[in-house]
Design a protein around this ligand. Sequence first.
Ligand code: FES
Length: 76
Amino acid sequence: MSELSKFICNCKCVSKSEILSSIRKKGANSFSDVRTITLATTGCGRCKSDVENIVNQEMKKHSVRMMQFKIDFGND
Ligand code: FES
């Protein structure tokens, strides 16, 4: 089983891949959005810090990509 397919949230059977997909493909912009889209953390809540860490890391990468896009294509 790959790292991406391993469940981060066992209660709702949500993998890292699904969390990343909610940000990259489904427009999630926050932990709250990811929670709404995937239902991760809505059971016992034990996975909350792991989900938050994944979201924070991905949002940092996303903002670096957006800054690079603005540099490459301008802000107009
Ligand atoms: S493991 Fe995610 S809510 Fe329980």
